[in-house]
Write a protein that binds this ligand. Structure first.
Ligand SMILES: Cc1ncc(C[n+]2csc(CCOP(=O)(O)OP(=O)(O)O)c2C)c(N)n1
Ligand SMILES: [Mg+2]
Length: 932
C-alpha cells in the first residue's frame, strides 16, 4: 500500500494546522504526518524549482501531488526514505544483534527496503534526508542504511519512540547519533574495562574449581555486568552523584561484592567454608543475601559511597527498599538534591517480568512522597528463569516492558559486547542525570550453568545448553578483539590475568586462617549513636514526659488555623472543637497522636508519615493537612511548630507491598526520623506480608539491621463485615521472638502519646506494630488529660483501678477496644466480681507486672482472656502460650475462617454473647458459644 495514502482523505485546513504544530514540536505529530512534513521541508529546501505558488503550503502540495498522483519521483522517494528512517527508530530494536547465543524471534514486516516501496536500484541514489539522522551531508541510500544499522541494529537495540516528551526524545536521538551509537574509548579505558571483565570471569572460574558444586549463582554469561557497574558508578559520580544504593538478587552477587564493593575474596572464600559468625546471638544469613557499604574512589578520582542493600530470597522485594533508602538519604543528607544519590536496581529477566512489586515501584517515579530522581534498572537477562524459558515467563515482547509505564528509555544490549554494554550504562547515567527519570538496560546474555551450580540445565534446555557449552566467555571475546586491533599485546594480557589469579590464590590460602566470619553491617555509620539493644532493654521505662505548659502551648498552636485563610465550615468547627478539648482538658485520640508528633519535632526529631489517605486520615480524625476553601492551598499545622525539623506526610498511591518496603527502607537509614506507615484498614497489611516476614521481624537476626518503623493498623470488629475488622494481630504475635518487634494496642490517647514518643526515646531502634482504633477515635471515654501526657509514661499493662481487689473472682485480661464494651457492662450491672486488665503492649509482655497482678487478685476463681476475634485469631494462642500453667481460659467467638461475621446484626449478637459470658456467674454459656 502507498505509504502516503492517508493524505488523499485529508482536509486542507487540518494539514496546515498540523504543519504549524509540527514546526513547533516535530515529535508531537503522528509519525506518518511527521514523515510527510519532513519530506515537504526537504522539498522546500532542496527542490525549490519544483515548488510553485500553488504548492508552497503542505495542503496545496498534497492537493497537487498526492491527489493527482503526479509527485516528482525524486521527491516521492525522499518521502519513502524518511519512512524507512522512522521505521529504524521505532522498530530497529526488533532486528538487532543483541542475542549472544541464539537467533532472535522473527518480526514482520522487517526493515527490507522493499517493504518501504524502495528497491536495490535506489541504493546508490543520494538522499537529502540522510542529514536528518546526524549524517553530515546527503548520502546514498546504502550509506544511510549502514549508518542506521549501526545506530539501531547492532549490539544495542533502543526503545524510545514510546516516550511522549519531545525534549527527551530529541535528547536521546542526539545522544545515539554521536559516533553511530558506539563507544568511543581511549586505550586506557579499554584496558580498564578488560581489567574488570577479567576480574569477573576469573573470580567465577576460581570459585568453580575450588568449591565444586556449591551454590554461588554464578554470573557467567553476563560477566560484563561488572565493568558495566564500574563504569556506571564512575560516570554517575562525574555527574555529581555522591552516594549509590544498589539492590540486587542472588545472581552474580558475590562477584559484585568482591569486584565492586571490594569485599575481600578471602572473606568470601571463608564464608564458603560455612564457618560460624563471630557473634552467636545472630542467626546470620546466606552469603549471597548480605549487604555492604563502602567508600570508594573511582578510576577518575571521584569519591563515592556505595551501598548494597541486604535482601531476602523474595525477588524484587529489595527494589522498594532501595527507593526508600535513597529518598531518606536525599532528605537527610543531601538537602533534597536528587542528583546526588543514585538508586540502581539489578533484576533477573524472570523476576522483572513476573513480580507485581516491579510495577508498584515503577509507579513511584514521579510521586512527591516517593520519588528519587530516577532509577537505573539493569536486567541480568540470562533468558531463563530457574528452568522456565522466556516464552513461558511473560506475554510481553521484552522483559523490560514495564519501562513503558514511566515513559522510560530501554537499551537492550548484547552482554558479549562489553564496549556496547559500557556505552549503554553511560547513556543511562547521562539520561538519568538530565531528566531525573528511570532508565532500563537489558543486559542480554546467557546462563552458563544451571540455576545454581548443582543443577542440570540440560534437563530442560538441552539444545540451548549445547550452544552455550561451546560459547567463548566475554573476556576471551574482548581480549581477542583488543589483540586483533593491536590495542594490547598478549603479554600484557597474560600478565593481567596472572596477577589477578595470584591474588585469588593468596586470599584463598589466607581464608583458611579465619576462624569465624564477621558480618558486614549495612550503613554502619548512620547507626553509630544507636547501639543495639540487649535482652530486656525494650521493657525498661524511658522518659517520655514533656513540660506541661509547653505542651498546652503546642496544643493550642496546632489546633489554631491561620486567620487570613478560609476553610470549609466543617474544618473550622473541627479545629474549634480541638481548641475546646484543650481548654476542657479532654484530649481525644487525634490530639494524643498530633501532640506526640509536635513534641518530638520540637525535641529535634523529623517525622515522616505515609500511607493511603493519611493526610486527612481514613476515619477523618487526623486532618494533619487541611485545604483552603477557594484555592485548595494546603495548611499543615505541624509544619509550623519548628523551622528546624521536617514534618512530612504523604498520601501514598494505592499500594501496600512497595510502600511499606519503601518506608521500611526509609527508616533503615533514618534513626532520627520517626517513620510511620499506616494501613487504610489493618486488613490490607497482608498485601505487604513479604516485607514483614523477611525484613521487619527478621532483619536484626539476619543482618544486625535495626529499624524503628511504626506501623499503624486499624483493627477491631465493629460490624463492618469480614473485611475491615482485623489487622491479623495473631500473625504479628506468632512472628515475635527475642524482642524483635513491639506489638501494642492502646486504649487511651495518653498511652498512645507515650508509645509514639518512646519510639524516639529508645537508645536503639525497634519496629513498632500498633493495632489502632476506629470507633474509639470518637468514644467519649477515650480521652486523656494534659497531666497524663506531660507527666505520665507508657504503661504496658493497665490494671483495673476501680476494682475492689478482695471481691474479684474473675480476672479478665483483654486488649484494645473490647475493654470499653466490657467496661460499659461492668458499670451497667455494677459487677464487683470482675476485674478488667488491659494489655496495652502485647509484645514483649511485661511479665513482672503481670505476675504482680496475678498475685494481687488472690481470691480469683477464674482467669479469663476475653477477645472479640475468633478463637483461632487475636492474641489468645499467644496468651495461652504464656499462661498455660495459670489455667487461663478464653471467651471469644469460636474458631472461624474469616475474622468477623458478615452482617452487623450477627456481629452484635456475637459481641453481646462474649460480654454476657464474661459477666455470667454460670459457666454454661462459655461451653456453648455462638458460631460465626
Ligand atoms: C518471589 C519469589 N518467588 C520464587 C522464587 C524462587 N526463585 C529463585 S530464583 C528464581 C528464578 C529467577 O529467575 P530470574 O529472575 O530470571 O533470575 P536468574 O536466576 O535467572 O538470574 C526463582 C523462581 C524467589 N526467589 N522469589
Ligand atoms: Mg534469568
Amino acid at each position: 500500500m502507498d505509504k502516503f495514502s492517508f493524505l488523499n482523505a485529508s482536509h486542507a485546513q487540518l494539514i496546515d494546522d498540523l504543519y504549524q504544530q509540527y514546526l513547533t514540536f516535530p515529535d508531537s505529530v503522528e509519525p506518518s504526518w511527521k514523515s510527510f512534513f519532513q519530506g515537504f521541508d526537504f522539498a522546500l529546501e532542496n527542490y525549490s524549482d519544483e515548488i510553485t505558488s500553488e504548492n508552497n503550503t503542505p495542503s496545496n502540495y498534497v492537493a497537487q501531488n498526492f491527489t493527482s498522483g503526479e509527485m516528482p519521483e525524486d521527491i516521492r522517494k525522499e518521502f519513502l526514505v524518511i519512512n524507512l528512517i522512522e521505521a529504524y527508530r521505532s522498530r530497529g530494536h526488533l532486528f538487532t544483534k543483541t542475542n549472544p547465543v541464539r537467533e532472535r524471534r522473527h518480526y514482520y514486516p522487517n526493515l527490507d527496503i522493499e517493504n518501504f516501496g524502495l528497491n536495490s536500484s535506489d541504493l546508490q541514489k543520494v538522499f537529502n534526508c540522510a542529514t536528518e539522522t546526524g549524517m553530515s551531508k546527503p548520502a546514498t541510500l546504502q550509506e544511510l542504511i549502514n549508518h542506521l544499522e549501526k545506530i539501531y541494529c547492532d549490539s544495542i537495540g533502543l526503545e524510545y519512540m514510546h516516550i511522549h516528551n519531545v525534549e527527551e526524545k530529541q535528547y536521546i536521538r542526539d545522544w545515539i547519533q554521536i559516533n553511530d551509537n558506539h563507544a568511543d574509548l581511549s586505550n586506557a579505558e579499554k584496558v580498564e574495562i578488560l581489567k574488570k571483565l577479567n576480574q569477573a570471569v576469573a573470580f567465577e572460574n576460581y570459585l568453580h574449581t575450588k568449591f565444586v558444586g556449591q551454590k554461588r549463582f554464578s554470573l557467567e554469561g553476563n560477566e560484563s555486568l561488572i565493568p558495566a557497574l564500574d563504569q556506571l558508578i564512575s560516570r554517575a559520580s562525574k555527574l555529581g552523584v555522591n552516594e549509590v544504593v544498589l539492590g540486587m538478587a542472588h545472581r552474580g552477587r558475590l562477584n559484585v561484592l568482591t569486584n565492586i564493593f571490594q569485599k575481600s575474596s578471602k572473606q568470601i572464600f571463608s564464608e564458603f567454608e560455612g564457618k560460624e559468625f563471630e557473634e552467636d546471638v545472630f542467626s546470620g544469613d546466606v552469603k549471597y543475601h548480605l549487604g555492604a557499604s563502602k567508600k570508594i574512589t573511582t578510576e577518575s578520582g571521584e569519591e563515592v559511597r556505595i551501598n548494597l542493600t541486604p535482601n531476602p530470597s523474595h525477588l524484587e522485594t529489595v527494589a522498594a527498599l532501595v527507593e526508600g533508602i535513597c529518598r531518606a538519604k536525599v532528605d537527610n543528607d543531601f538537602k533534597g538534591d536528587f542528583s546526588q544519590v543514585l538508586p540502581i536496581i539489578i533484576h533477573g529477566d524472570g523476576a522483572i517480568a513476573g513480580q507485581g512489586i516491579v510495577y508498584e515501584v515503577a509507579q513511584m517515579m514521579n510521586l512527591d512522597g516517593y520519588k528519587t530522581g530516577g532509577t537505573v534498572h539493569i536486567v541480568v537477562n540470562n533468558q531463563v528463569s530457574f528452568t522456565t524459558n522466556y516464552l513461558d515467563a511473560r506475554s510481553s515482547t521484552y522483559c523490560t516492558d514495564i519501562a513503558k509505564v514511566t515513559d522510560s528509555p530501554v537499551m537492550h544490549v548484547n552482554a558479549d559486547d562489553v564496549e556496547a554494554v559500557v556505552h549503554a550504562v553511560r547513556f543511562a547515567a547521562d539520561f538519568r542525570s538530565q531528566f531525573g527519570k528511570d532508565v532500563y538496560i537489558d543486559l542480554l546474555g546467557y546462563r552458563k550453568y544451571g540455576h545454581n551450580e548443582g543443577d542440570e540445565p540440560r534437563f530442560t534446555q538441552p539444545q540451548l545448553y549445547n550452544l552455550i557449552s561451546k560459547h567463548p566467555n566475554p573476556r576471551e571475546i574482548y581480549k581477542n578483539k583488543l589483540i586483533e586491533n593491536k590495542t594490547l599485546s598478549t603479554e600484557v594480557l597474560d600478565k593481567m590475568e596472572n596477577e589477578f589469579k595470584s591474588l585469588l590464590d593468596e586470599n584463598f590460602d589466607a581464608s583458611k586462617q579465619i576462624e569465624r566470619n564477621t558480618m558486614d553491617v549495612f550503613m554502619e555509620e548512620d547507626w553509630k549513636d544507636f547501639p543495639m539493644d540487649k535482652p530486656g532493654d525494650v521493657l525498661k521505662v524511658y522518659n517520655t514526659k514533656f513540660n506541661i505548659e509547653e505542651l498546652k502551648k503546642l496544643a493550642r498552636e496546632i489546633a489554631t488555623l491561620p486567620e487570613d485563610k478560609k476553610f470549609i465550615r466543617k474544618i473550622s468547627r473541627l479545629f474549634e472543637n480541638r481548641l475546646k478539648q484543650v481548654e476542657t482538658d479532654t484530649l481525644d485520640w487525634a490530639q494524643g497522636e498530633l501532640l506526640a508528633y509536635a513534641t518530638l519535632l520540637v525535641e529535634g526529631n523529623n517525622i515522616r508519615i505515609s500511607g493511603e489517605d493519611v493526610e486527612r486520615g481514613t476515619f477523618s480524625h487526623r486532618h494533619a493537612v487541611v485545604k483552603t476553601e477557594d484555592a485548595e492551598e494546603e495548611y499543615v499545622p505541624l509544619k509550623h511548630v519548628t523551622e528546624k525539623q521536617r514534618f512530612d506526610i504523604f498520601n501514598s498511591f494505592l499500594s501496600e507491598y512497595a510502600v511499606l518496603g519503601f518506608d521500611y527502607g526509609y527508616a533503615m537509614v533514618s534513626p532520627k526520623t520517626l517513620t510511620i506507615w499506616e494501613a487504610q484498614f489493618g486488613d490490607f497489611v497482608n498485601g505487604a506480608q513479604i516485607i514483614i516476614d523477611q525484613y521487619l521481624v527478621a532483619a536484626e537476626d539476619k543482618w544486625k539491621s535495626q529499624n524503628g518503623l511504626v506501623m499503624l493498623l486499624p483493627h477491631g470488629s465493629e460490624g463492618q463485615g469480614a473485611e475491615h475488622s482485623s489487622a491479623r494481630l495473631e500473625r504479628f504475635l506468632t512472628l515475635a521472638a527475642n524482642e524483635n518487634i513491639i506489638v501494642a494496642n492502646c486504649t487511651t490517647p495518653a498511652n498512645y502519646f507515650h508509645l509514639l514518643r518512646r519510639q524516639q526515646k529508645f537508645p536503639f531502634r525497634k519496629p513498632l506494630v500498633v493495632m489502632t482504633p476506629k470507633s474509639l477515635l470518637r468514644h467519649p471515654k477515650v480521652v486523656s488529660t494534659f497531666e497524663e501526657m506531660a507527666n505520665g509514661e507508657f504503661q504496658p499493662i493497665l490494671d483495673d483501678a476501680s476494682s475492689n481487689v478482695n471481691k474479684v473472682e474473675k480476672l479478665v485480661f483483654c486488649t484494645g477496644k473490647i475493654y470499653y464494651d466490657l467496661l460499659a457492662k461492668k458499670e451497667e450491672i455494677n459487677d464487683e466480681k470482675v476485674a478488667l486488665v488491659r494489655i496495652e503492649q502485647l509484645y514483649p509482655l511485661q511479665m513482672n507486672h503481670i505476675e504482680e497482678i496475678l498475685e494481687k487478685y488472690k481470691n480469683r476463681k477464674e482467669f479469663i482472656w476475653a477477645q472479640e476475634e475468633p478463637e483461632n485469631m487475636g492474641a489468645w494462642s499467644f496468651m495461652l502460650r504464656h499462661f498455660r500453667d495459670q489455667n487461663i481460659q478464653v471467651i471469644s467467638p469460636i474458631a472461624s475462617g474469616s475474622p468477623a461475621p458478615g452482617s452487623h446484626k450477627k456481629f452484635e449478637i456475637m459481641q453481646n454473647d462474649i460480654i454476657n459470658r464474661v459477666f455470667s456467674t454460670s459457666d454454661a454459656p462459655t461451653k456453648k458459644p455462638l458460631t460465626a
